[in-house]
Design a protein around this ligand. Sequence first.
Ligand code: SF4
Ligand code: SF4
Length: 179
Amino acid sequence: MSSSNQKTPKFPCVDCHTDCCKEYTIFVNAHDVYRLSNGLNSKPETFLELIGAKDYSLGIKVEEGLVDLALKQKNAACEFLEEFDDVFRCTVNDFKPGVCKSYPFEMKNGELSQMSDIMCPTDWDLTGFKEMMVPHLQKDESEWKFYDQLVNEWNLTHAGQPLSEFLKFMLEKVKLCLK
Ligand code: SF4
Ligand code: SF4
């Protein structure tokens, strides 16, 4: 419940040069791709890049190789990062990937905590962001579990087919689970 006495916690992003959007490869899962595809009204191929999979057991086995899915980059940053009057902003804020919303938080022993070695210029107010971040992190974790199971199913039943088929398979699974 909100009250007029509650203060909105300060977002360190306001005073930041969005280093996280420039330094990290943004890996995405099925729900991320579904939301981006709908939000942009674009095919996933237009914003996805294939990265060689680091984990053999979890990589997607497609005709193109053993891969993971990530957002494309432009000018050494995420392609959705744009500069307006010397300020960098995410242009897909309403449907940005779960990892972007999560950063720099994580759950540790059931408690909200800040990742170590963060790029943010200041520490975050964990108490102030708890109500917002805990449900998000729980949802994000379940979406990654769903994705891992989906990739596993694909690898067992469709390995070696083209990426375009995997993307159709993946989006269909998300649609079914959201019904
Ligand atoms: S590095 Fe931290 S403060 Fe800067 S934009 Fe990313 S999340 Fe925000
Ligand atoms: S989607 Fe938005 S928040 Fe995520 S890396 Fe790209 S610009 Fe940054």
